[in-house]
Design a protein around this ligand. Structure first.
Ligand SMILES: NC(=O)c1ccc[n+]([C@@H]2O[C@H](COP(=O)([O-])OP(=O)(O)OC[C@H]3O[C@@H](n4cnc5c(N)ncnc54)[C@H](OP(=O)(O)O)[C@@H]3O)[C@@H](O)[C@H]2O)c1
Length: 330
């Protein structure tokens, strides 16, 4: 019997990239994708005719439970914050004997204790600091859902893994959404403002990863999930950062400014340090998106042989900036 994989978020940026890799490297799997509506289903099936789509949302708990009851692996890539979908997915897997891979995000580590725009020294290593990571305060972003996954897995005796990417860059190759979050939003804000900016001095540090390397890590965990004796860890230690390096936000703002100027959309490539209140005028999440520090080290995946191979941030940035300029055209 082919292994059945139930994936949520296949019409999304990360989910689309991951589904593509899953379909091309494992044509032997039976893949079932949750999509919101008929339009998404047509696009997903148009790209991958052999995929099965189920129309529903993360609030359709009966559908989630029914699908996970039949799945060997649930790959939950639709949301890091939708807490109520976790129980039905995990309780269904308790029946199938399958495993769950859930996406979180290093926003959970967000550290602005030194002030927005300033660097903070703490780097979280997913092996050395695992207990600290899985007992961060419940008020941290995504943390309640991370906890629901780990606790639910323990309660139902279902092996769970959490993949926790930092800023993801690159144009996605899925059939629907191809746009990431932080760099596109910043480029859009810079274009609208007519000048580049940072939150505070922009010396705050984040990690980054190319979308193809996140997909590779997700598929790797699916493969591990299907092995009777794999090397991956599950449950409380099944927590996987996925990064390829770090940057200070000022470097990114400067690079975007230069690229936008070269495209003739900015007069000067100067970067203005803005107060949090000023930055909030350009995006309601400005301090969280661009103002804090999120520093992770993917020691667990690296120890199992995964390594980032995608284009660097600086190689991928020109196409991302051009896509934002094109999207703003009347
Ligand atoms: N992109 C990043 O840089 C990054 C980094 C770290 C973590 N993450 C996290 O990873 C998750 C996926 O990110 P992404 O960038 O791939 O987002 P995305 O492009 O918006 O993809 C999410 C997909 O899941 C679907 N979806 C979301 N909520 C749903 C619901 N309640 N019911 C049914 N379908 C739903 C969306 O459908 P619609 O389009 O119809 O809403 C979309 O197809 C997010 O929670 C994000 O916070 C992202």
């Amino acid at each position: 019997m082919p292994a059945r994989i139930f994936i949520t978020g296949a019409a999304g940026y990360v989910g689309g990239q991951t589904t593509g890799l899953l379909m091309s490297t494992h044509p032997e799997y039976e893949v079932v994708a949750l999509v919101r509506n008929e339009e998404q289903a047509l696009k997903v099936k148009g790209r991958w005719p052999e995929i099965n789509t189920v129309i529903g949302t993360l609030d359709d708990h009966a559908i989630l439970r029914q699908e996970s009851t039949k799945a060997a692996v649930v790959l939950q890539l639709a949301s890091s914050d939708h807490i109520s979908c976790i129980e039905p997915l995990i309780s269904g897997l308790a029946t199938s004997g399958g495993k769950m891979v859930h996406i979180s995000g290093t926003g959970v580590l967000n550290d602005a204790s030194t002030g927005f725009g300033n660097p903070a020294p703490k780097i979280f290593d997913d092996v050395k600091d695992i207990e600290e990571i899985t007992s961060l305060d419940q008020s941290a972003l995504h943390r309640n859902v991370d906890d629901a996954v780990i606790t639910g897995g323990k309660q139902h005796n279902v092996p769970t893994a959490i993949i926790c990417p930092p800023l993801i860059y690159g144009i996605g190759e899925g059939p629907v959404k191809k746009r990431s979050i932080q760099i596109p939003f910043l480029t859009e804000a810079i274009l609208k403002r007519g000048r580049a900016f940072t939150v505070g001095d922009g010396k705050n540090v984040w990690d980054h990863i190319h979308v193809s390397d996140v997909a590779k890590a997700c598929v790797f965990l699916v493969e591990e999930a299907l092995k009777p004796q794999g090397s991956a860890q599950w449950g409380p230690t099944g927590y996987y950062f996925v990064e390829s390096g770090e940057f200070a936000w000022r470097e990114v703002s400067e690079a975007i400014a230069q690229l936008v100027k070269e495209e003739g959309k900015l007069e000067a490539a100067d970067v203005d340090p803005l107060s949090v209140d000023e930055a909030l005028k350009f995006h309601p999440w400005a301090p969280v998106l661009w103002g804090g520090n999120c520093r992770s080290r993917a020691s667990r995946l690296r120890s199992m042989g995964w390594k980032p191979e995608g284009p660097t941030l600086w190689e991928a940035l020109p196409a991302m900036v051009k896509a934002e300029i094109a999207a703003l055209k009347p």
